[in-house]
Design a protein around this ligand. Sequence first.
Ligand SMILES: NC(=O)c1ccc[n+]([C@@H]2O[C@H](COP(=O)([O-])OP(=O)(O)OC[C@H]3O[C@@H](n4cnc5c(N)ncnc54)[C@H](O)[C@@H]3O)[C@@H](O)[C@H]2O)c1
Ligand SMILES: CC1=C(/C=C/C(C)=C/C=C/C(C)=C/C=C/C=C(C)/C=C/C=C(C)/C=C/C=C(\C)C=O)C(C)(C)CCC1
Length: 535
Amino acid sequence: MALTTTATTTTTASGSIPPLEFSSLDDITAKHSTLRATFRSGRTKDVEYRKQQIRRLYWAIVDNAELMELALHKDMRKSRFEANISEIDWCKQECLDAVAGLDDWVKDEPVRDLPLQFLPMRPRIRNEPLGTILNIGAYNFPFQLNITPLVGAIAAGNTFLLKPSELSPHSAMVLRKIMDEALDPDSYVCVNGGIDETKHILEHKFDKIVFTGGRRTGTIIAQKAAETLTPVLLELGGQNPAFVTRKGDVKLAARRLLWQKCLNAGQVCLSHNYVLVERCVLNKFVDEVKKQYAIFMPQGAKASPDFSRIVNQHHFNRLKKMLDSSKGTIVMGGSMDEADLFIEPTVVLVNDIHDSMIVEETFGPIWSVLPFDTLDEAINIAHEVDPTPLALFTFGSDAENEKGGATMNDGFFHSMLNQTPIGGVGTSGMGSYHGYYSFKAFSHQRPIAKVPAWTDKLLRVRYMPYSASEYKRHRRINAIKPNFDRDGRVVKGLRYWVSVLLSLGSKSAAGLVFRWGVLVALAVTLGLKRKSLGM
Ligand SMILES: NC(=O)c1ccc[n+]([C@@H]2O[C@H](COP(=O)([O-])OP(=O)(O)OC[C@H]3O[C@@H](n4cnc5c(N)ncnc54)[C@H](O)[C@@H]3O)[C@@H](O)[C@H]2O)c1
Ligand SMILES: CC1=C(/C=C/C(C)=C/C=C/C(C)=C/C=C/C=C(C)/C=C/C=C(C)/C=C/C=C(\C)C=O)C(C)(C)CCC1
């Protein structure tokens, strides 16, 4: 595969982007040992230091916003609007959320369901930084997908090494500039490179590896990490299905699904690969997609300033081959221009789940439509194509949507917010991040307790010589009896009815407080009334 490297420096009024320069292997090794030494020194654990670094990062993003726009345009012809809404604004929001939330996030957490007798030991959970985090990024949202983990790693008190994708070379160089300008170079560094450099990086020990990219590369990374028992957070792709039934809003489905295949020319891990459409609304759906396309891009995608290009020749060829090999019928789009790396938003009607348009992730502006007759049949197809896709979209009735939509009645809204965790299961990845969830992903949840000397009286049963009578007494006081019988049924004994009475029938703590509040307010009001009547 040919490397996409820039030959010349790209300049604008707000600065310049030099050609992609790979870091030397010696430099990578030296930076790695600095990061490890800094972590051991404890510098990155200081919460004020973490906040200051994130604030500096925020301002570097603001100051380099124009260069980020330019880099994204050069790399994928991403529009200025998309550059801002899905990358620059996103990264700024991550910084702001982390700075605002950090004092709260770092607080020790209580242990859930702690038996009362252990309260004096004050057991709690402390979020400790893991150490040095490695992030290997994908090309499609180079700022969002690299800066988001960076913010989380800083917030959690780690040091961090970033290796952006070489397929977005301009963005990779701007990322390095932003990090060099804003951040403590002993704690957070960006190195650039391709496969050889990444392999070299992986020869070093990290405390967690974050990888965003394809399943094939993800497997290589996970295997390498396993050699040193290094945990991984894998953000991979897959064949995401969408479902449209006659009970859904077909026009809305067409509009929203088309949007997520036009955003970044469909180079979005969360966009759908194929749409399962109930046969009776198939024609209506296809017609609506065409109508929406004409509304989104009246002069066609090629002339639209909003529509991105395919990142490089290799991916263009991959998509072209997928279309050329399909046995389906193109019902919208189909045009392409190799010189411009342009592929039109294209819909292919297929009737075989082994079609080239279904068996691989498209990761581009092309997608297939597959008719179905019953919802169960559609669900079975989705299970067969990819049992663990990264995302799933349903446009049906409420009852149908409840059968499993990750986003109902929309595209990937569930992962379009900084505050929601993103992450797949099975072959679409492991772990999740964004905002507070990044903080958790890059922290070790360490249980701690402070056990006062006087509690030895409570704990004496644990000491040798073990005593049967002490143990009996301990069990009498501490052992809780189950509230279920041998068939798994809840036994409604005295304890059950007492707890129903005390909780006033509420199942949640909030409900309990509310009901008791109402009861007390009623009692007080009645009491006051009786008084005013002189009773
Ligand atoms: N789950 C998510 O959040 C998410 C987000 C974006 C993209 N993706 C997925 O990423 C894929 C597209 O991105 P991509 O083409 O950049 O992915 P990719 O797997 O080709 O590359 C990702 C990174 O891995 C490195 N790499 C590639 N081959 C390697 C090797 N043999 N050894 C070591 N490192 C190697 C690259 O330099 C790059 O930095 C799609 O499958 C998409 O679904 C997932
Ligand atoms: C309801 C009221 C209002 C609300 C307005 C709202 C809700 C506006 C929403 C605007 C949105 C949602 C804009 C869309 C932005 C697109 C984004 C952020 C794209 C993100 C892309 C991502 C996350 C891609 C990820 C890719 C990955 C992970 C992999 O490849 C008011 C406020 C207008 C008024 C009151 C009522």
